[in-house]
Every structure is written in structure tokens, then in C-alpha cells.
Design a protein around this ligand. Structure first.
Ligand SMILES: Nc1ncnc2c1ncn2[C@@H]1O[C@H](COP(=O)(O)OP(=O)(O)OP(=O)(O)O)[C@@H](O)[C@H]1O
Ligand SMILES: [Mg+2]
Length: 421
């Protein structure tokens, strides 16, 4: 704006005055426009938006005061400064002009220097006012932009967090699906291995019974001696005893496989969001079955289970919560320690607490552990999502997770789940 010439509109019904005023103001900084009456002045003001209007008071039809009033009452032209020119400045006329919104007066005949000074002062004032207005607008837009930026950053962070959680949950779900598929495949062969072992046990006992009867029927001493020698050299007594043991152990092993397969099937049912009545203790037990291998060499496990009712929940997802908490507890124990799982029913809630005698958590880190990606584990060992996902799942069950920890002594996480029938 400062590089452009100011537009000045001069309004007077006398040709001579227009010429004179134009001459006085003629310079590079001003572009001058003239109008011979109020009506023309209003039209021109609307189309060129002048920076200042010099307005003669005494004009036929629409006089200066009225023209000024209309200019000041029209939104597009209300900010334009107006200098009134009057030959006989009586008080009434002055007051009319001031009421109409005039900014300044000049007495006719006009003094050149006074005219130039008043014009340049008003233009300066207008420019400062505009600069102030722009500055305020700029400040406001800056503040709005900054607020929007903060909102966008928060939204981005939230999207990243949600995305990571989805990826993690998808991963869990697909691991679950694979586990369920494998479990299903193993289930059948384990079934017939168990049934065959059962038959084998029965057949073997009949076979050994038959051999005993057969041996008892032989009365000939010589034959008895030969039979005993054969029996001894072939270590038959040992074989018979061992075979029975081998079959019992195999049945035991197959039963354990069957149990793990069942647990895996239950554990992997976390992909759907359906909530059904389920037994939290059975969920924890099947979770322990799956992760116990990882813990058994360094952890002594204590279980303090009270009686709890069934509750409507997504047991697959809750198993993930218990798994994350128990695995974390195991990680916190460096060499040897204890994990105590307490389960109780109180005031319409089921409380599951998992306490460890591990490293404990620094007080200043305690607030952060539920944040996604917060981990103190080495790169590749922890993603820092375990607790944030656990927290989300428990919240979706209208419950909460609390934590108490003492550095060097251990940590206890407590999951509260309202019982839903
Ligand atoms: N029982 C605990 N004892 C001590 N620190 C713990 C315990 N549980 C959690 N923490 C701290 O909280 C952090 C966050 O745990 P979280 O389960 O969210 O992530 P993580 O175990 O590091 O990684 P992952 O995503 O593999 O679970 C851990 O890195 C650890 O510092
Ligand atoms: Mg973890």
C-alpha cells in the first residue's frame, strides 16, 4: 500500500475550486479524482475506494454534510477520512458535519500548506490505523494457526498411536489365527494318538496277563528252566515293566499336548469383539500354560485365587492383558524371584493383581508406562505397546488398571473388572 499513490477524491460544485485544489495537491504520491456533486462523489467513492475525501459543504441537492453521512454509513466507505471545506464555518454547519462523521475542517479560501498538512496527517493516521488493524489481524491469525497446528499435531499423534495399536492388534489377531489353525490341525492327530495309546495299554495288559497264564501252565521242569533263561536273556521282565511305564508317560504327554492345544484355541479367540460369559481364572490358567515355559527357570509362582463369578467379557482379549502383565513381571525379574497372582471378587468387581519381586519402576517413569511406545527395554526387545493395549482393552471392559511400585523391591499391577452378568 505504501508504494502505491494515495487516491484522493475532491468534491466541489465549482469548477474553479476543483482545479485549484487539484493543483495544490498535485504530486507523485497522490492520484486525484474529482466529482462535481454529492451523487457523483458517492458513486466514485464506491468504485475507486479513495484513501481520503475532500468535501465541499455547500453544494446543491445533496450537500456536503449529507454526502459525508452517507459515506460514513455505508460499509465500504465508512473508513475513508473526510475533510470538509467550508467558506462560512458557522457553528451549526460544523456540528452537522461532525455528526455526519467528518474528520477535519478546512476554511475557504484554502491555505495551500494547511491543506497539504491536514491531508498528509489524515493519510498518515489512516495508514497507522490500518497497520494496527492488520497487525491485530495477523496476531489473531497467528494465534489461530498455532492453535490449529497444535490440534493437528495432537491429531497426528493420536492417529500414529491408533495405527500402531491396530498393527499390533492385527498382529496379535493373525498370530491368534495361526495358533488356532495349528491347534486345530494338532487336535485330530493328538486325539487318535491318545485313543491308540489307550488301546495299546489295554492290549498290553491283556498280553502280559496271557503270558503269565501261559508260563503258569508249563509244568515240565526242563521247559520251565529254558523259558526262564530266555526270559532273562531277553530282559523280558524289564521290558514288560518299562513298556507299561512308557505307555503311561506317553498318555500323560499326549494329554498335556491336548490341554495346550485347547488353551491355544481359547487364547486366540481375541479377534472378534463379542463378549460372552467367561471364567477369568480359567483364562489366566490357560495364559500361564502358554507362557510358563518362558518363566519357569527364574520364577516361583504363587496363586491366591478366591471364588469369582463368571463375567461377560472378551476372554481372548483379557488373556492378552494378563499375558502382557505376567510377561512384564517376568522381564522385571533378572535372576530369581516370585510372581504372585491374586484374584478376588469384591463389591461387584473382579480384581486380578499380578505382583513381582523384580526391579520396580522409577517414580518419575510411573506415569509414562501406559503411554504407547514407552519402553525401557532394548531396541528389538520391547515395543512399549503392551501396557497401552492392556489399558485400552480393560477400559473397553469398563474397568481400570492401577500400579504400585517400589524401586528395587517390585511392582504390583491390579486389574479391576466390573462383573457383568
Ligand atoms: N512389572 C514391571 N516391573 C518393572 N517395570 C515394568 C513392569 N511392567 C512394565 N514396566 C515398565 O513399563 C514399560 C512399558 O511396558 P509395556 O509392556 O508397555 O512395554 P514393553 O514391555 O517395554 O514392550 P512390549 O510392547 O513388548 O510389551 C516397560 O518397558 C518397563 O520399563
Ligand atoms: Mg510389555
Amino acid at each position: 500500500m505504501t508504494n502505491e499513490a494515495y487516491k484522493i477524491l475532491i468534491v466541489d460544485d465549482e469548477e474553479l475550486n476543483l482545479k485549484m485544489l487539484s493543483r495544490f495537491l498535485s504530486c507523485d504520491q497522490y492520484t486525484l479524482y474529482t466529482a462535481a456533486n454529492g451523487k457523483e462523489a458517492l458513486e466514485l467513492a464506491r468504485s475507486i475506494s479513495p484513501d481520503l475525501v475532500l468535501l465541499d459543504v455547500m453544494m446543491p441537492e445533496l450537500d456536503g454534510a449529507e454526502t459525508c453521512r452517507i459515506l460514513k454509513n455505508t460499509a465500504d466507505t465508512s473508513q475513508i477520512p473526510v475533510i470538509m471545506l467550508t467558506a462560512h464555518p458557522d457553528k451549526d454547519a460544523k456540528l452537522r458535519c461532525l455528526r455526519a462523521g467528518a474528520n477535519d475542517f478546512l476554511a475557504k479560501p484554502v491555505d495551500t500548506v494547511e491543506l497539504q498538512l491536514r491531508v498528509s496527517n489524515l493519510l498518515d493516521f489512516k495508514r497507522h490505523a490500518e497497520t494496527r488493524k492488520w497487525n491485530t489481524l495477523l496476531e489473531q491469525s497467528k494465534a489461530t494457526l498455532e492453535a490449529k497446528n497444535r490440534e493437528l499435531e495432537a491429531a497426528l499423534h493420536e492417529i500414529e498411536r491408533a495405527q500402531a495399536q491396530i498393527v499390533q492388534q492385527e498382529k496379535m489377531a493373525s498370530i491368534g489365527q495361526i495358533a488356532a489353525g495349528v491347534a486345530h490341525e494338532i487336535n485330530n492327530p493328538v486325539g487318535y494318538i491318545m485313543s491308540n495309546l489307550g488301546s495299546l495299554q489295554k492290549y498290553f495288559s491283556r498280553l502280559t496277563g496271557f503270558i503269565e497264564i501261559q508260563s503258569g501252565m508249563i509244568t515240565d521242569k526242563e521247559l520251565q528252566g529254558q523259558l526262564a533263561a530266555q526270559r532273562k536273556s531277553n530282559k523280558l521282565d524289564l521290558i514288560i515293566a518299562d513298556t507299561a511305564n512308557l505307555i503311561t508317560e506317553s498318555i500323560d504327554g499326549a494329554e498335556r499336548i491336548k490341554k495346550i492345544v485347547q488353551d491355544l484355541k481359547g487364547f486366540s479367540r481375541s479377534d472378534d469383539n463379542a463378549k460372552n460369559p467367561a471364567d477369568i481364572i480359567a483364562g489366566i490358567e490357560s495364559t500361564l500354560n502358554i507362557i510358563w515355559n518362558e518363566l519357569k527357570y527364574k520364577v516361583k509362582l504363587n496363586k491366591e485365587y478366591g471364588a469369582i463369578p463368571l463375567t461377560r467379557c472378551n476372554i481372548g482379549q483379557l488373556n492378552q492383558v494378563f499375558m502382557n502383565l505376567i510377561v512384564n513381571a517376568g522381564h522385571a525379574i533378572e535372576l530369581q524371584g516370585e510372581i504372585t497372582i491374586r484374584i478376588r471378587h469384591e463389591g461387584g468387581n473382579i480384581f486380578v493383581s499380578i505382583a513381582d519381586t523384580g526391579s520396580g519402576i522409577d517414580p518419575d517413569k510411573l506415569e509414562k508406562i501406559f503411554e504407547p511406545f514407552f519402553t525401557t527395554k532394548e531396541i528389538g526387545k520391547g515395543t512399549g505397546l503392551g501396557l497401552s493395549i492392556a489399558n485400552d482393552i480393560v477400559r473397553k471392559h469398563n474397568g481400570d488398571i492401577t500400579v504400585a511400585s517400589e524401586k528395587g523391591k517390585g511392582t504390583e499391577f491390579t486389574v479391576r473388572l466390573p462383573v457383568i452378568e
